[in-house]
Design a binder for this molecule. Structure first.
Ligand code: C2E
Ligand code: CA
Ligand code: CA
Ligand code: CA
Length: 280
């Protein structure tokens, strides 16, 4: 149940995470940041491997603190999760990203997928996430099949039956579901079997192994083949070199994301990038 999920989480807080002073300072700053509009979202393009066409973007949250400067999401997301404000923050990102997708559409950029990271903890709040997503899509006027949510497997995914039901309700809306950082966790394969995913995101660590010796290539290729055999789309993330791109494309990977083809950027830059590509 939801109650159980929350309890599991607070048990984790108390038992295995001791907070230090820096975390507490960040926690205070994070509370203020929500009120003070210190967050923004950048978008990293994802391209079709075969055609090079723009397929979609991943929305990535940014926090620019007035005195501390930019703080990485790898630092503040876990703190937001511990504080219990990830629900609010996650909702803000979803609203922002969906509004942006509609704004792009109005400016002529159609048919791109908006991928948004969702923390597993967003499933355990008092809010019904599927209902929240449905409301946001209706509010903003975004077609549900334009939205994809990315979920990282996590130790908190303890109640698999509940997670499957929640994911299925989101999927029933027409929203796509992606398994992020595939291959890095403890139970990627069993999640894949038990949960309804549309897309597998091949973790950056497998991509950076490419051309570092034969074994590295084998893992990336095997995961791509597995995605194909399971009729799931495969996205490679962290693609930084032409060699990686070529190998991934030849192996049948569907979509490519990484610094080689585009870093996370402001919304306007996505628009001009798509216009440049069309003019070619
Ligand atoms: P992620 O979801 O795995 O996102 C990919 C990260 O890899 C991003 O880091 C991106 O900037 C970075 N990246 C992309 N291409 C390359 C590349 O070619 N090389 C290298 N070295 N890195 C690349 P970022 O933006 O710092 O985000 C870090 C993590 O923070 C994300 O990992 C995600 O887990 C989390 N995160 C970011 N935004 C959100 C959000 O809105 N909600 C939640 N729950 N988590 C978020
Ligand atoms: Ca992601
Ligand atoms: Ca990832
Ligand atoms: Ca990650």
């Amino acid at each position: 149940s939801k109650e159980q999920g929350r309890n599991q989480f607070s048990r984790y807080n108390r038992a295995s995470h001791s907070r230090n002073g820096a975390d507490l300072a960040l926690e205070t700053a994070l509370r203020q940041a929500l009120d003070n509009d210190e967050f923004h979202v950048v978008y990293q393009p994802q391209f079709q491997a075969r055609t090079g066409e723009l397929h979609g973007v991943e929305a990535l949250l940014r926090w620019n603190h007035p005195t501390l400067g930019p703080i990485s999401p790898t630092t503040f997301i876990p703190i937001a999760e511990q504080m219990g404000v990830i629900g609010e923050l996650g909702r803000w990102v979803l609203q922002h990203a969906c509004r942006q997708a509609v704004s792009w559409r109005e400016q002529g950029l159609h048919n791109i997928t908006m991928a948004v990271n969702v923390s597993v903890q967003q499933f355990y709040g008092t809010v019904d996430l599927a209902e929240q997503i449905r409301t946001i899509l209706v509010d903003k006027g975004l077609a549900s099949d334009r939205l994809e949510i990315e979920i990282t497997e996590s130790l908190f995914m303890q109640n698999i039956d509940e997670m499957r039901a929640n994911l299925q309700r989101i999927r029933d809306l027409g929203v796509k579901i992606s398994l992020d950082d595939f291959g890095t966790g403890f139970s990627s394969l069993s999640y894949l079997r038990q949960l309804p995913f549309d897309t597998i995101k091949l973790d950056r660590s497998f991509v950076s192994d490419i051309n570092q010796g034969r074994e590295g290539n084998t893992l990336a290729i095997t995961i791509i083949n597995m995605a194909q055999n399971l009729h799931k789309k495969c996205v490679a993330e962290g693609v930084e070199t032409e060699e990686q791109l070529n190998l991934l494309r030849d192996a049948g990977c569907d979509y490519i994301q990484g610094y080689l083809l585009g870093k996370p950027m402001d919304a306007d830059d996505i628009l001009s990038l798509s216009q440049q590509r069309r003019a070619k």
